[in-house]
Design a binder for this molecule. Structure first.
Ligand SMILES: *Cc1c(COP(=O)(O)O)cnc(C)c1O
Length: 826
């Protein structure tokens, strides 16, 4: 072998060079030698080793983008739920065999090492995970893109269960160092807050406004490389960290007020300290508004810097950048962009607005009225006085336009206004994002239709061509190749590996669906995954489950609209019926739950308690214990998701129709061969269309039936009175059968169901029950089940995030791939 230069072995991909780099990093970066190194030292040494190989591609990518100056996507998201980086990076680089070999030579195991990585929990659930899937696809499709977000020091809390209740622990993901981020202290921006605005006429007679903030905070960039799968492209995730400005404490120090100086420093750093653990917006929380503005202000300044650095003029903004708002959390960015263009860069309003409208697009993620973000005018005027003025001006022009088209329609003006005047005065962030955007999209067909017909109906009437749908997708790299290596090998051996980048090629599996040999292999893969999950369940909760049973899974945030309580009520029903000697033919099931509740969401926490208390009773009852067993896997996150989706037989997607915008868990399950029991909601509808109605267990009210019930007079108590099974379930709960005779514990939950049942749990109960019977019947015909399982995988390739990103590129961003030259060593 020819003698290598240092820079060669740092990036070469043969096992020898990798071992050499690993030992170097252990020695020179971690300052350890193998005999005394901890698991974390080994993890970090391997992370640096892999990172070096990413960085060489990253630099090539950055310089290519700089030279070509083609249009780039800026994806703005307050959350990214990436999951651990190490294994994904190894997969992307295609060096897993060499790394395994190199580690084995040192007596180490790659899987043990990757298990050391703490997961960056910078998101709550689906929305943050979607952003992470999209970054993966953007890099894989070689699209120039930057993800912008917040570097929370504490991500989503760690959930532990004590006495059947959720307890939240602080997530200290940065505790042992984060090898995946590169601090960029030289890339920093000042962000103002509070203060006053000054209106004046300048020397040339132009009307000008100057904002004089009361305080400033500095945002510093931390960059994380995002590798594409088996391509040299490495894109950038840039997260902002809040720090005190250098000038922060001068005044205070000078008068000797050391404490005040330190307090100001702490106050500045608080802004990026913690992720708000709610799936829904925090109404009225000043710090949350400050977080949103902080991240948008840094991001917009960075984008303008990049534009001007490429010697572009500001008019080139729409040619050089497409800015995508992932929900309304970054909506204030459009106001910041207007402010910089008109106040700082002296642009005329109309010209600035034209640039904004050609650059920005908005993805809506929810229709729930309580989840649509609004901010009190009063609060915005305190935190962002200049931005409020600009919002008013945007609104004045919007209302003027509406008034010309529909004179004398005051109701329309009140509905469409950026200011909701019904309960105090609040800025509607969805209206702000919509009026500023070139394109507005929902995330599944049904959701986009409801967006057009209801939530943003007036905007749709005004400009129908701006509205579109892009159904969500998930990355097959993390959720198939990484999470399900056994299935990946089986598929590769059967149809080759082209499906990993062209997921619709999974269709080629269809012709194998009836092949007994293939069915047997498919069953073995699932069984192996279930055995692995059974071990995890035993280790984390001490519950023994049998891998031969039907694994029935509902894993997602705990929320009333997702209806974990419908599932548990049905489990109680089953339990009571089994106690009465029914369901002797029913297959044994393992009933698995996982999910976090927002810390302040009372009902969701009661639902977690209910799951645990029913589990205690059922699991310890010898009459049923070989028929059903309930487990709650604590701390649902990307790492545990990767273990559960591949092991599931049945995927529970049972939200009230019209309430789940899309769902992506549904896609991950189906791609891993689970059958769905679900309502006609979100992307379930599209999954069912693709897999075929005979391979999907459908039940429940449709969205329009839900709407009719809501408009009419729905009386849940009548459901209870008229349905014998439902009555025995509710009565058993009310009598304290699952709370050692304590009849008060679940009373509020029961009363809520009987009196309001806003989510139609009681209304859908009997249909759900009947549908679960069909699940049993199908499971009892193993060939039929396996065939349906194969067809679920074969027909869900369309739900790849690659497909979704291609649609964004063509219909919204108008960007094309920029291939990167492979940087070779060895
Ligand atoms: C996919 C995923 C979600 C979203 O699940 P839904 O079932 O669509 O709500 C949430 N959290 C994690 C960790 C995920 O991987």
């Amino acid at each position: 072998m020819k003698k290598k230069q240092i820079s060669d072995y740092r990036i070469a991909s043969d096992a020898d060079s990798i071992r050499h780099s690993f030992l170097d990093n252990l020695y020179f970066v971690q300052a350890r030698f193998p005999e005394v190194a901890s698991h974390n030292d080994f993890y970090l040494a391997l992370a640096w080793t892999v990172r070096d190989r990413l960085l060489s591609n990253w630099i090539e990518t950055a310089s290519t983008y700089y030279r070509q100056a083609s249009r780039s996507v800026c994806y703005l998201s307050a959350e990214y739920l990436t999951g651990p980086h190490l294994h994904n990076a190894v997969l992307s680089l295609g060096v897993e065999p060499q790394i395994r070999h190199a580690m084995a030579g040192l007596g180490l195991d790659l899987d043990d090492i990757t298990a050391q990585e703490p997961e960056p929990g910078l998101g709550n659930g689906g929305l943050g995970r979607l952003a992470a899937c999209y970054l993966d696809s953007l890099a894989t499709l070689q699209i120039p893109a930057i993800g912008y977000g917040i570097r929370y020091e504490f991500g989503i809390f760690e959930q532990v269960i004590r006495h059947g209740r959720q307890v939240e622990l602080a997530d200290m993901w940065l505790r042992s160092g984060n090898p995946w981020e590169i601090p960029r202290p030289e890339i920093n921006f000042e962000v103002g807050f509070g203060g006053t605005t000054k209106h004046y006429t300048d020397e040339s007679g132009r009307y000008r406004v100057r904002w004089q903030p009361q305080r400033h905070v500095k945002g510093v960039a931390y960059d994380t490389p995002i590798p594409g799968y088996r391509v040299p492209t490495v894109n950038l995730l840039r997260l902002w960290n809040a720090q005190a400005c250098e000038s922060f404490n001068l005044g205070a120090f000078n008068v000797g007020d050391y404490e005040r100086a330190v307090e100001e420093k702490i106050a500045s750093e608080t802004i990026s300290k913690v992720l708000y653990p709610n799936d829904e917006p925090m109404q009225g929380k000043r710090l949350r508004l400050e977080q949103e503005y902080f991240f948008c202000a840094c991001t917009i300044q960075d984008i303008l810097r990049l534009l001007l650095q490429q010697n572009g003029s500001l008019d080139l903004l729409p040619e050089k950048f497409a800015i995508q708002l992932n929900d309304t959390h970054p909506a204030i960015a459009v106001v910041e962009l207007m402010r910089l263009l008109i106040d700082v860069h002296d642009m005329a309003w109309d010209e600035a607005w034209r640039l904004v409208r050609k650059t920005v697009s908005y993805t809506n993620h929810t229709l729930l009225p309580e989840a649509l973000e609004t901010w009190p005018v009063e609060l915005i005027s305190e935190v962002l006085p200049r931005h409020l003025e600009i919002i008013y001006e945007i609104n004045r022009r919007l209302l003027e336009k509406v008034r010309t088209r529909s004179p004398d329609d005051d109701a329309l003006l009140a509905r469409i206004s950026l200011i909701d005047e019904r309960y105090g005065r609040n800025v509607r962030m969805a209206h702000l994002a919509t009026v500023a955007s070139q394109h507005i999209n929902g995330v599944a067909n049904l959701h986009s239709r409801l967006l057009r017909d209801r939530v943003l109906r007036d905007f749709h009437t005004l400009d129908p061509e701006r509205f579109t749908n892009i159904t969500n997708g998930v990355t097959p790299r993390r959720f198939m190749i990484l999470a399900n290596p056994a299935l990946t090998s089986l598929i590769n051996d059967t149809i080759g590996d082209a499906w990993t980048r062209d997921l619709e090629r999974l269709q080629e599996l269809e012709e194998w669906a009836d092949n007994p040999g293939f069915q047997g292999a498919w069953r073995e893969v699932k069984l192996g995954n279930k055995q692995a999950l059974a071990q995890t369940i035993f280790k984390t909760s001490g519950i023994e489950v049998d891998p031969a049973t039907l694994f029935d899974c509902q894993i997602k945030r705990i929320h009333e609209y997702k209806r974990q309580h419908l599932n548990i009520l049905h489990i109680i029903c089953r339990y009571l019926e089994m106690k009465r000697g029914l369901h002797t033919d029913a297959p044994a099931r393992t009933l698995l739950f996982a999910g976090k509740s927002a810390p302040g969401y009372y009902t969701a926490k009661v639902i977690i308690e209910l799951i645990h208390t029913v589990a205690d009773t059922v699991n310890s009852d010898p009459d049923v214990s070989d028929k059903m067993r309930i487990a709650f896997l604590p701390n649902f996150n990307v790492s545990s998701a990767e273990k559960i989706y591949p092991a599931a037989d049945l995927s529970q997607q049972i939200s009230t129709a019209g309430m789940e915008a899309s769902g992506t868990g549904n896609m991950k399950f189906a791609l891993n061969g689970a059958l769905t029991i679900g309502t006609l909601d979100g992307a379930n509808i599209e999954i069912r269309q693709r897999v075929g109605k005979e391979n999907f267990f459908l039940f429940g009210l449709t969205e329009s039936e839900v709407a009719n019930r809501r408009a009419g007079d729905y009386r849940p108590r009548e459901r209870y009175l008229n349905d014998q099974q439902l009555r025995s379930v509710i009565d058993a709960l009310a009598d304290g059968l699952f709370s050692s005779g304590d009849s008060t514990r679940f009373r509020p939950l029961i009363d809520n169901l009987l009196q309001h049942d806003h989510f139609f749990v009681l209304e859908d109960f009997s249909a759900y029950r009947a549908c679960q019977q069909q699940v049993d019947d199908t499971w009892n015909d193993p060939t039929k089940w396996i065939r349906a399982s194969i067809l679920n995988t074969a027909r869900c390739g369309w739900f790849s995030s690659d497909r979704a990103i291609k649609e964004y590129c063509e219909r919204i961003w108008r960007v094309s791939p920029v291939p990167i030259k492979q940087n070779t060593a060895t």
